[in-house]
Write a protein that binds this ligand. Structure first.
Ligand code: C2E
Ligand code: MG
Ligand code: MG
Ligand code: MG
Length: 274
C-alpha cells in the first residue's frame, strides 16, 4: 500500500511539475508573440496630491490582451519571464511607450510625471541599465519627468551594483522610488546607501489604517521619510476613510482604486484637460 501511494504521489507531483512547465512555455511563447504582434498596452493609474486632489503623475501598468485568452495580468506573466531573455525587450517596450505618452501628458500639464516598474532581473542587466540611461538622454526628457519603481528585495540583492545603476539613472535625470515599501526587507540601512527620491507605501499598511487609532507604524514610516527628505505615495487607497486618514497622518500623495482605477492614456488625458 505504501508503495502504491508513493507512486501516486510521485505521479501527482510530476503532473503538477509538468503543468507548471507547460504554463511557463506557453507564457514565454505568448509574450514573444505579444511583442511581435502588438498585444501589449499600458494603462495609467493617477497619483493624486491628497491636499487638493489634483493628478500629479501616473504609474504605467503593463496590460497583455491575448486575442484568445483575454486579459492576462502582469502578476502572472512578469514573474515567469523574469528569468528568461524576454524581460529585457518587455522592459524596453514599456519604457519607450511610457516616454512617448509622457510627452503627450506633459503637453497638457508640464510638471506631470510618469513612473515605470523595473523588476529585479531587469535592474541587474547591464543592457537595461544602459538602455534607460540612453533613452532618458536622447529623448531629451525634462529632468525628473520619468521615474523608476523598484522593490526593496530586488535592490538589496546586489547593493553595490545597484548603487552604481541608480546613480547613473539619476544623473540621466530619472527619479527612483521604492515600490511596495515595507513588505520586502527588515533592515532600513540600505535607504542611506542608495540615491532614492521617494517611497511608495505598500497597500497592506493602508488596509490596516484605523481612523480612531494611533497608526504608529505608518506614522513612524512617514516621520522617517520626512527626516530623509523622501517623498511618499500611499498605495492602494480604496475608501474615503483611508484617504482622509492617511492625509491627516501626513502623506502628501496617494494612489488607489478609491481615487482612480488604472485607465488608458486617452482617459488620463481627458482627466488632465478638466
Ligand atoms: P505595483 O507596482 O505595486 O502596482 C500596483 C498594482 O496595484 C496594480 O496592479 C494596480 O492596479 C493595483 N492597485 C492599485 N490601486 C489598488 C487598490 O486600491 N486596491 C487594490 N487591491 N489594488 C490596487 P497590476 O496592474 O495588476 O500590477 C501588479 C504588479 O505587476 C505591479 O505591482 C508591478 O509590480 C507589476 N507590473 C505591472 N506593470 C509592470 C511593468 O511594466 N513591468 C514590470 N516589471 N512589472 C510590472
Ligand atoms: Mg509599481
Ligand atoms: Mg506598488
Ligand atoms: Mg504592489
Amino acid at each position: 500500500a505504501a508503495k502504491q501511494s508513493g507512486r501516486n504521489q510521485y505521479s501527482f507531483f510530476s503532473m503538477q511539475m509538468n503543468q507548471q512547465l507547460q504554463e511557463r512555455i506557453e507564457v514565454i511563447q505568448g509574450v514573444r508573440t505579444a511583442l511581435e504582434q502588438g498585444h501589449f498596452r499600458l494603462e495609467y493609474q493617477p497619483v493624486l496630491d491628497l491636499n487638493d486632489g489634483t493628478p500629479r503623475g501616473a504609474e504605467a501598468l503593463l496590460r497583455w490582451h491575448d486575442p484568445e485568452r483575454g486579459m492576462i495580468p502582469p502578476g502572472l506573466f512578469i514573474p515567469i519571464i523574469e528569468d528568461s531573455d524576454l524581460i529585457e525587450p518587455v522592459t524596453e517596450w514599456v519604457a519607450r511607450q511610457a516616454v512617448h505618452d509622457l510627452k503627450e501628458l506633459q503637453a497638457l500639464q508640464p510638471s506631470f510625471v510618469v513612473s515605470i516598474n523595473v523588476s529585479g532581473a531587469a535592474l541587474h542587466q547591464e543592457s537595461t541599465r544602459d538602455f534607460l540611461t540612453e533613452l532618458s538622454r536622447t529623448e531629451n526628457l525634462p529632468r525628473h519627468g520619468l521615474s523608476i519603481e523598484l522593490t526593496e528585495t530586488s535592490m538589496i540583492r546586489h547593493l553595490d551594483d545597484c548603487r552604481q545603476t541608480l546613480k547613473q539613472w539619476k544623473e540621466a535625470g530619472m527619479n527612483i522610488w521604492i515600490d511596495d515599501f515595507g513588505t520586502g526587507y527588515s533592515s532600513l540601512s540600505y535607504l542611506h546607501q542608495l540615491p532614492i527620491n521617494g517611497l511608495k507605501i505598500d497597500r497592506s499598511f493602508i488596509r490596516e489604517l484605523d481612523p480612531d487609532g494611533s497608526n504608529s507604524l505608518i506614522a513612524t514610516i512617514l516621520t522617517l521619510a520626512e527626516s530623509m527628505n523622501l517623498h511618499v505615495v500611499a498605495e492602494g487607497i480604496e475608501t474615503e476613510t483611508q484617504r482622509e486618514c492617511i492625509r491627516r497622518l501626513g502623506a502628501r500623495f496617494g494612489q488607489g482604486f478609491g481615487l482612480h482605477r488604472p485607465m488608458p492614456l486617452e482617459a488620463l488625458k481627458k482627466l488632465l484637460e478638466h
